[in-house]
Design a protein around this ligand. Structure first.
Ligand SMILES: [Zn+2]
Length: 442
């Protein structure tokens, strides 16, 4: 029998359907699984090891439904001004991703993975691009993820923008990754597609076939800006979602990222197929592309999740952005709260559970032992009815103290146990001037 670990003496927010609040509660872990949740004193007798939460908040690890670890080296880069979404791609992201080599890919992953642990994000779904270092790129990110100790679903964004040979290399890397990661572990795979506007029919068909072969879905940016729709209408005479649908690319395992510019017919197709939509409000605001019609998508029963698009690894920060953009767009400060809670805590949990085959995003017996302690001691009454108010308006402003994933302590009292981030930052700094030179040379 594995050692048991009790994270106790805290205020437990179980989240999930039961949504319990347990004052002076604890979570008992054996191996990688939660074996009990309840009053701390009652669980203490069964524990071999103890983490004292000292009255602070114990809750499930957070989940990011769309990330770009590779965007890390854009921090501080001197790019040309971009005045619309296509210019953002051409002047920043497509120059940066072409500048990355395999070691850049590895270091680009380590830095935000440390941030994930520091902000209590224990599961991410990532979308990667490095057109001059495709072969082995997902393996290098997988190495970094394994060192960090969190869960990650990875994919390579297949695209025709670097020629058909580039697209084939992306497909090959995707197949190699899907072969390696298998199922049921800490790693997972999807078939990445950059966006409908950068793949022709043959490449898109190959992506759909590959996803089908490995019983997985696509992970694709959809109608982030209207340029994607204009491209689709001019080349194929149909809108993006219709094109994906006709190709067999929709379904419950497919992630359609953004969906800012979708019409009623497209919403209907997303709903009928059970496709997952991922909302990324900070990125949408940063790129000035608009805001997805989240209430309408949710009303049609579409599982809308919350991602960060690489803008941050902190999901409570992103949740606040989700709330505020909805207030702003609707000109109604009473709207958006329930939607944000549903996306981050219900739908992200369901998505991650489906990907990793283990109950995630909830503290309950049998769930994965992904548990965080936030340095937040409730100072107003905390009840099952107001936990999300505490999270978005209280805990979100505080730091995470302890992060545990699959029963392993990744950070204890603010100190990372698996990653030496100061060393990684120094090593990254040895590389990034050359990476930026390659960026500027394009
Ligand atoms: Zn993205």
């Amino acid at each position: 029998m594995a050692d048991t670990l009790l994270i106790g003496h805290g205020t437990v927010f179980t989240l999930g359907p039961s949504g319990r609040v347990i004052p002076n509660g604890g979570v008992l872990i054996e191996g990688d699984t939660i074996v009990d949740v309840g009053p701390s004193e009652a669980l203490a007798k069964q524990a071999d090891q103890f983490i004292d939460a000292r009255g602070r908040l114990i809750m499930p690890g957070l989940i990011c439904a769309h990330h770009h670890l590779y965007s890390t080296f854009a921090c501080g880069i001197a790019g040309e001004p971009a005045h619309n979404f296509v210019e953002v791609l051409e002047k920043l992201w497509w120059k940066l991703d072409r500048a990355l080599d395999l070691e850049d890919v590895y270091y680009s992953a380590l830095i935000p993975l440390a941030r994930c642990i520091r902000s209590g994000t224990t599961t991410i779904i990532d979308h990667h691009a490095s057109p001059n270092a495709i072969a082995g790129s997902l393996g290098r990110i997988g190495d970094a993820v394994t060192e960090a100790g969190i869960r990650a679903s990875l994919c390579y964004e297949v695209t025709d923008r670097n020629g058909l040979a580039g697209a084939q290399a992306g497909l090959d890397e995707s197949a190699a990754w899907l072969q390696r990661c298998g199922s049921g572990g800490m790693l997972h795979g999807l078939v990445g597609v950059h966006a409908a506007m950068t793949v022709g029919e043959e490449t898109l068909k190959s992506c759909v076939e590959l996803a089908r072969k490995y019983d997985t879905g696509l992970h694709i940016h959809v109608a982030e800006s209207n340029a994607d729709q204009e491209d689709s209408l001019s080349k194929y005479g149909k809108r993006v979602i219709a094109r994906l649908d006709d190709m067999g690319g929709l379904g419950p395992k497919t992630l359609a990222i953004h969906c800012v510019h979708v019409d009623d017919d497209e919403i209907e197709r997303l709903a009928k197929s059970g496709t997952v939509v991922v909302h990324n409000p900070q990125s949408n605001m940063n790129n000035a592309v608009g805001c997805a019609a989240v209430p309408q998508l949710l009303e049609r029963g579409i599982p809308v999740c919350l991602g960060t698009d690489g803008m941050t690894s902190n999901m409570l920060e992103e949740a606040r952005a989700s709330l505020f953009i909805r207030h702003h767009v609707a000109e109604d400060p009473a709207t958006g709260f329930g939607e944000t809670v549903q996306m981050l805590f219900d739908h992200n949990a369901a998505l991650a559970t489906a990907c990793f085959g283990k109950t995630l995003g909830v503290l309950e017996k049998g769930a994965a032992a992904d548990v965080i302690v936030m340095d937040y001691t409730p100072f107003t009454p905390a009840t099952a009815d107001n936990v999300y108010g505490h999270l978005l308006f209280g805990a979100a402003a505080e730091r995470v103290d302890t992060t545990v994933c699959a029963g392993k302590v990744l950070m204890r009292e603010g100190k990372l146990e698996t990653l030496d981030v100061a060393r990684f930052a120094r090593e990254a700094l040895d590389r990034t001037p050359q990476t930026w030179t390659r960026f500027q040379a394009q």
